[in-house]
Design a protein around this ligand. Structure first.
Ligand code: HEM
Length: 437
């Protein structure tokens, strides 16, 4: 049997980050399965056809999520291992082991009532907005979209409110570390946080996800609980942040949204759906490994070779259609993946993202970007579609009370007509009173 190894196309670096779709278009010459390099020296196949992606994601007999054999082929300090290295959690296991872990997560989230999730999201959003509302300008990535899911998870998993800055700092440190030492220190802090959380809930259960994970009839051992919490927080944080910031960047730069932010024609959910289809927060993931050598949609692939699915490429130009031509099935997309490992927390994640956007644009009703969308920079890396910053300005507002409805001016809802909510914008540098927390 001969295997043709064509030139792998890099999925990292500034060119890819600046215009990933140009790279996907280039990859289409190979058909639905294309050779890529996800980090210097680490090659993979990328499934870029919609039909091929579904075939892979649903065929658990051929494809496994177990990365252990592949992992032996890369150095232990390989930079993609944090995303791909095997762990005893829901993401890297198959069959019954997977189903057991997954039931704990889906059943746990099903106990969070939507109105309670909305209330807690609003509380997390207000806490963050309060920090910058008086300044008249903010980076909506580092000051809002990135910390928001973590402030929320801190509450949902049952940690005291004062611990949320620790969680935010640890994950920011892991993501923005300037070197391996900083990354290791931040990773150790995250681990300490989760171990403390589990110890706290072992002493005293509460109405929270960590306690429900422990109480679940699947009977997870404490170490298994730790792994599912780490995975759930990690899997929830990055894509939810990206969903919020990518949607905000579209809303604030497109007159169809911008003109109607406070006018009611297009909603936050429209922007979210737009992102899910055209700019999925996870661009390429669903790492799979064939259990045996396989010919898949015209390409021979060795057993245990790394194969990723490009939700971004598959969504936008599926098999048989030229780039730019949409499928007839309208809104169908793979942003949540598909098959047994598809995101188990879709509905809560949608509620969190839309609530976070509505809360921000409701309070800061004349929010606008200070850098045009085409000039925004994106974090490099093969897996996520993540803005590096989202600088914005707005008329400063100040809260009159910490907590539930913290704003001294009327809180305009996103359906309030724009001409009634807009007031002349003071210059960004105008001195303003900072809100008291
Ligand atoms: C509260 C927020 C979220 C939580 C807690 C969460 C949790 C999870 C978990 C536990 C998995 C693993 C499922 C399994 O292996 O069976 C998963 C998978 C996935 N999630 Fe989410 N998620 C969240 C938000 C999102 C968002 C906003 C997106 C993007 C739109 C997303 C996209 C995905 C994708 C593509 C997968 C499949 C990954 C793979 O198989 O490699 N998730 N999610």
């Amino acid at each position: 049997m001969t295997y043709y190894t064509p030139q792998a196309v890099p999925l990292y670096g500034p060119d890819y980050a600046a215009d990933p779709h140009a790279v996907y278009d280039r990859l289409r010459q190979y058909g639905p399965v294309a050779p890529v390099e996800i980090s210097p020296g680490v090659t993979a196949y990328l499934v870029i056809g919609y039909r091929a992606a579904l075939d892979l994601l649903r065929d658990t007999e051929t494809w496994s999520k177990d990365s252990r054999a592949w992992q032996q082929t890369v150095p232990p300090d390989c930079p993609v291992l944090p995303m791909l290295g095997w762990r005893p959690n829901v993401l890297f296991n198959d069959g019954e082991v997977h189903a057991r872990y997954r039931s704990v997560i889906t059943d746990g989230f099903s106990l969070v009532e939507p109105h309670e999730l909305r209330r807690r999201t609003i509380r997390a959003a207000d806490e963050l907005i309060r920090e910058f509302a008086g300044a008249g300008e903010a980076d909506l990535v580092s000051q809002y979209a990135r910390p928001l899911p973590l402030v929320l998870f801190n509450a949902l998993f049952g940690m005291p409110e004062h611990d949320s800055p620790r969680l935010v700092a640890a994950l920011a440190g892991m993501m923005e570390a300037r070197g391996p030492e900083e990354a290791t220190a931040a990773g150790a802090e995250f681990e300490r946080y989760v171990l403390e959380l589990v110890a706290l809930k072992q002493r005293q259960r509460g109405d929270d996800l960590a306690s429900w994970f422990m109480e679940h009839p699947a009977g997870l051992e404490p170490e298994e609980v730790v792994h599912q919490i780490v995975l759930t927080m990690g899997a929830g944080h990055e894509p939810t942040s990206n969903l919020v910031s990518n949607a905000l960047s579209r809303m604030l730069s497109n007159p169809d949204y911008y003109g109607s932010l406070t006018g009611g024609a297009l909603t936050a959910l429209d922007a979210v759906n737009d992102v899910l289809r055209h700019e999925p927060p996870m661009a390429n993931y669903s790492a799979h490994f064939p259990r045996h050598n396989v010919r898949f949609h015209g390409t021979w692939i060795h057993a245990n070779q790394l194969v990723l699915v490009s939700y971004a490429a598959a969504n936008t130009a599926p098999d048989g259609l030229p780039p730019g031509v949409d499928r007839a099935d309208g809104g169908a997309h793979l942003a949540w993946s598909a098959g047994p490992h598809s995101c188990p927390v879709k509905q809560p994640a949608l509620l969190i993202a839309t609530t976070a956007i509505e809360r921000l644009t409701g309070h800061l009703c004349d929010l606008e970007l200070t850098v045009p969308r085409e000039r925004l920079s994106w974090r490099p890396g093969p897996f996520h579609r993540a803005l590096a910053q989202l600088p914005a300005r707005f008329s400063p507002i100040s809260p009159d009370q910490a907590g539930v409805t913290p704003w001294s001016n009327a809180s305009p809802s996103s359906s309030t007509p724009q001409d009634r909510t807009r007031s002349p914008r003071p210059p960004v540098s105008e001195p303003t009173a900072r809100p008291s927390a």
